[in-house]
Structures are given as C-alpha cells and as structure tokens.
Design a protein around this ligand. Structure first.
Ligand code: ADP
Length: 199
C-alpha cells in the first residue's frame, strides 16, 4: 500500500498522465492533480482562466507560476484529507517546487515520493504526435510546438531533478525507465515503493 502523495515527473509525453490514471484505477485512495487537464478544461469551456492562458498553451510555454500555484492551492483546499495526491505536470519550475514544499510544511503533510520517468526526446516526439491525433490535443499538433515544449522542459523543469535531492531522502526518489510498456512502468514503481522502508 502507498501511504504518501506522489509527484510524477518527466518530459511532456513521458507517460505521466497514463501512469497517474492507472495508479488511481488500481488504488482508489488517490486523487489525480493534473494542471494540464485543468488548463485544457478551462480553455474548452472558455472560462476567464481559459482565455487568459490560451496563447501560452498554444506556444508551448508555461502558464505563470502565481496562477498555477493558486490553482493547485485551491484544489488542495477542497480535497478529501484521507486521500493521497498524484501530481502529474506539477511542479514544473523551481518556484513551483519551493511553493509546494512550503505548502506541505505549513500544512503538516507527509512529503511525497518523487517518481521520475526517464525517456529520450526522440521517443517523446513520436508519442506526442500520436497522442495529438488520438486525444484531440491541439497544442500538440505542430512539430515546432513539441520542440518548444521540450526546450521549456530543459530550461525550466529539468532542474527540479537535481533540487529535489536537497529535500527528500534518496529512498523517496524513484527513477523508472519510460521506454518500457506502461504496465511495466507501473509495476516497477509499485515494486520499488513496496520495498521501500519509507512506505
Ligand atoms: P504533458 O502531459 O505533455 O506533460 P500537460 O498536460 O502536463 O502536458 O501540460 C500542457 C500545457 O499546460 C503545458 O505545455 C503548459 O503550457 C501548461 N501547464 C501544465 N502544467 C503546468 C505547470 N505546472 N506550470 C505551468 N504551465 C503548465
């Protein structure tokens, strides 16, 4: 049994969303926090937030930190306290990481597992192109936007992999091979967590 929140971390298209949804299917004690899903939903419904972020999403850039953290905070304030959270696509910047850790500290929440899905740019590009067609994600349909999102990952998100070691013990940081089929990635994560003394 997993008794902590989980941050799923990896490049766009690394499989975070699929892994997150599979964990929730297998273990009903979890809730899915996908900032990307919340942003897309707001764009589709043309809410005030949706209209504000449309341009950013269309260019592959990140939504600003203040807005993103406010949305996560709102969401966290409303959830069932007995459930654990799977973060998919958050935190994505150094600022977001620090914000989340401060929030955990102030709210006495047990620090999460950090699960990194490791995968090459080449495989990510293939997957995102496929997903754009299957899931109707317009922001993924143009090759230069995919490249831009990978650049944004390299320049703003990748650093979190290093920083996280300052905050979590090594047992709480898990690295998975994202080129394996999703079922294997899932099993490998469960095995690592179940063997884990931190639990
Ligand atoms: P993927 O599943 O490909 O990683 P997401 O669905 O997580 O993509 O995100 C899609 C887009 O939503 C991002 O390119 C970005 O514009 C915006 N977004 C999602 N999460 C964040 C975040 N934590 N901070 C800023 N922008 C975000």
């Amino acid at each position: 049994m997993i008794t902590r929140d989980i941050i799923l971390f990896g490049k766009p298209g690394s499989g975070k969303g699929t892994l997150g949804k599979n964990i929730i299917k297998a273990d009903t004690g979890f809730l899915h926090m996908s900032t990307g899903d919340i942003f897309r939903d707001n764009m589709k419904r043309e809410t005030e937030l949706g209209l504000e972020i449309i341009e950013v999403m269309d260019t592959g850039e990140l939504v600003n930190d203040e807005l993103t953290c406010a949305i996560v905070e709102d969401w966290l304030e409303q959830i069932d306290e007995n459930k654990y959270v799977i973060y998919d696509g958050f935190p994505r910047t150094e600022h977001q990481l620090h914000w989340l850790l401060v929030y955990y500290h102030e709210n006495n929440r047990k620090l999460p597992f950090f699960v990194e899905i490791d995968i090459s740019d080449e495989i990510v590009i293939e997957r995102i192109t496929q997903r754009a067609i299957e899931q109707d994600r317009p922001e993924d349909q143009k090759p230069y936007i995919i490249k831009q999102r990978l650049n944004v990952y390299d320049s703003q998100t990748n650093i979190i992999k290093e920083l996280i070691h300052e905050y979590l013990p090594p047992e709480q940081i898990i690295k998975l091979d994202g080129t394996l089929p999703m079922k294997k990635v899932h099993n490998s994560m469960l095995q690592t967590i179940e063997r884990n003394p931190i639990g």
